[in-house]
Design a protein around this ligand. Structure first.
Ligand SMILES: [Zn+2]
Ligand SMILES: [Zn+2]
Ligand SMILES: [Zn+2]
Ligand SMILES: [Zn+2]
Ligand SMILES: [Zn+2]
Ligand SMILES: [Zn+2]
Length: 519
């Protein structure tokens, strides 16, 4: 494996245009807010709107008082071909300290989820190398050390040269071959001794001895790579359909990752990139959206069961005279007291006489609460859905942009000049995605002063996002290209900046534990 993969190198590092990066960094530093009107509302008397003033102060605070920025997270996108060389690097780091064949180190690393420190800790704790390997249930013998003795194979009952690992469980080569091949077919990348209940793991060198053909070897290597990515906390498969790329990150913390296939996902939970919402709230939210419990709440808020046949009845108008819709029932009753309507027609009857007032009050309160919970949920859900829907329309916008860019080229506007449109669509969708998840964040957020700042940031980003969206969808054909370009680029810069402010506020809030959540 090692000799095969030494020739692999990790691309992309070479592909980075460092001049461009430097330019971008300079641009970020130069970034100032160009459009003050979007930022502060000034009333007729020239007073700055206090909420926005607050926001401005908050922002200054970030720029002057904040701690030095934490080290930036570096994500690297790898292809399947890049992985063997990454594995080799892990192995060679350990080989400098623990001198055993690579196949043993590979199994060791796998046991420690590719985390070198605890592995080495255990190694130093052990009496010696053999003690360490025995404790880790790994056979220290490689193929050359499997001693053979003539005898009857316990499995096939034929007399043969029997071999086996250090646990002294022996079998003939044909039986070993068959056994290993079966274990690979089952999808294993770690194969233990053949004897039942013996957990001793065989080094890769030993497993390789018994391969039947190349397809088996490929299957085994595939499983080795898969388990490497799966168990390594710094690696994750891209969840994009048919992508097959792998993200290697410098941080195991939850953060959004963009793959080259266009998929954006959370490094921690694998769902769509969902900053600023944390993984737990996202999970709750998605479940909530799926669950019928909301429908149940709605029914509770708007329906009552017929007192006779128990079929749920929806109240449409203000009238409290209800006739059951169940054709076999047709019971008539009062919505307020749930009693037979017939007794209401008696002149002296008062509706609430027969029901304990506390009971009614409690029932009404419960209904009222469930109604307001529902209204709250629907408030955030509809906004979440709106941005989600707009995000899905982005494909159309890209098509429109491409057409526009083609046209621009016809009129001698160079591709470089038109690139700003692509960048703008990119900014727009990034911002929409953020907006979408801010409503999930807000749904679980308890109101306090910090929440108010968050809402101001949210409103500000939302306004700018809709403005940019308007420029790209409506103003495209009206404005002259030069004005449009200026307008769009200014707005994009503004949006990027506001998005960053919002995200920083959220993540700093997490660190300082200023957020209070309802769940
Ligand atoms: Zn046999
Ligand atoms: Zn054994
Ligand atoms: Zn991908
Ligand atoms: Zn997540
Ligand atoms: Zn009924
Ligand atoms: Zn009544």
């Amino acid at each position: 494996m090692a000799s095969d993969s030494d020739e692999y190198s990790i691309p992309f590092e070479d592909d980075i245009d460092y001049d461009e990066v430097e330019e971008m960094e300079e641009e970020m530093e130069d970034l100032t807010i160009s459009d003050d009107d979007d930022f502060e509302e000034v009333d007729e008397e020239g007073n700055v709107n206090p909420i926005n003033k607050n926001l401005y102060e908050e922002e200054l605070e970030f720029e002057t008082n904040s701690e030095p920025e934490p080290e930036e997270i570096k994500d690297e996108i790898l292809t399947l071909n890049d992985v063997p060389s990454v594995i080799v690097k892990y192995i060679s780091d350990i080989r400098e300290i623990i001198e055993v064949p690579d196949g043993i180190i590979r199994i060791l690393l796998q046991k420690f989820k590719w985390d070198k420190d605890p592995l080495l800790e255990r190694f130093y704790e052990a009496d010696d190398l053999y003690d360490f390997l025995r404790k880790q249930k790994i056979d220290p013998f490689t193929s050359s050390q499997w001693s053979g003795t003539e005898g009857e194979c316990e499995i096939c009952c034929e007399t043969f040269l029997l071999t086996g690992p250090s646990c002294n469980h022996k079998a003939c080569p044909t039986c070993w071959k068959f056994y290993i091949s079966e274990r690979i077919k089952e999808g294993n990348s770690e194969i233990e001794c053949m004897a039942s209940k013996c957990e001793l793991l065989l080094p890769d060198e030993q497993v390789l001895e018994y391969f039947n053909d190349k397809s088996e070897l490929d299957a085994y290597l595939g499983q080795v790579i898969n388990s490497f990515v799966q168990f390594n906390a710094q690696m994750r498969w891209c969840p994009g359909v048919d992508c097959g790329r792998i993200v290697k990150s410098s941080s195991t913390d939850p953060h959004d990752v963009s793959c080259q296939c266009g998929t954006q996902f959370c490094f921690s939970c694998g769902n769509d990139g969902h900053s600023p919402v944390n993984c737990r709230h996202l999970k709750l939210w998605l479940k909530k959206c799926l669950d019928d419990s909301e429908t149940a709440n709605w029914i509770n808020a708007n329906t009552k069961d017929c007192p006779k046949c128990l079929v749920p009845i929806e109240k449409n108008g203000g009238c409290n005279y209800i006739r059951c819709r169940n054709p076999t029932c047709r019971h008539t009753f009062c919505w307020i007291c749930m009693k037979d309507w017939a007794i209401h027609t008696l002149g002296h009857f008062r509706c609430n006489i027969f029901v304990s007032p506390e009971e009614t009050a409690a029932a009404e309160l419960a209904r009222g609460q469930s109604r307001s919970f529902l209204q709250r949920y629907l408030f955030y859900f509809s906004r979440y859905q709106t941005h989600k829907h707009s995000l899905s329309l982005e494909k159309k916008l890209i098509e429109k942009m491409n057409k526009k860019i083609e046209e621009a080229q016809e009129y001698a506007m160079s591709w470089n000049d038109a690139q700003f449109l692509r960048d703008a669509v990119d900014s727009l969708s990034k911002s929409r995605r953020t907006m979408m998840y801010t409503y999930v964040f807000a749904f679980y957020l308890k109101r306090n002063n910090h929440a108010e700042i968050f809402e101001t940031n949210q409103r500000d980003l939302e306004m700018a996002t809709e403005q940019l969206s308007g420029y790209l969808e409506q103003d495209m054909d009206e404005e002259d290209p030069k004005t449009l370009k200026q307008k769009v680029q200014d707005k994009c810069r503004y949006i990027e900046h506001r998005r960053k402010v919002l995200m920083n506020h959220c993540s700093e809030g997490n660190e300082q534990e200023i957020w209070e959540f309802t769940q």
